[in-house]
Design a protein around this ligand. Structure first.
Ligand SMILES: [Zn+2]
Length: 74
């Protein structure tokens, strides 16, 4: 039983076996390229992170409020 996947970076077919160390990528290079793209994408968008921090504060207030509501018997 063999399975092949497409390398997310270059589209090459990769045998999905315990021996393929870089699956689902075809090679270390493709894995590093993809991770690099992922990281630089994250770093390129500073806004959402700041918004997430604000959201966390809001969610804290909201969850405290929701807990009060949940504890109230109907
Ligand atoms: Zn590849």
């Amino acid at each position: 039983m063999s399975m092949t996947v497409e390398c997310p970076n270059c589209g090459a077919l990769v045998n999905w076996t315990p021996e393929s160390a870089w699956k689902p990528f075809c090679s270390e290079r493709c894995k590093m390229i993809d991770l690099g793209a992922w990281f630089s994408e994250e770093r390129a968008i500073p806004d959402p992170k700041q918004r997430t921090d604000e959201q966390w504060e809001d969610e804290d207030t909201l969850s405290a409020f929701n807990q009060d509501v949940e504890e109230e018997p109907q």
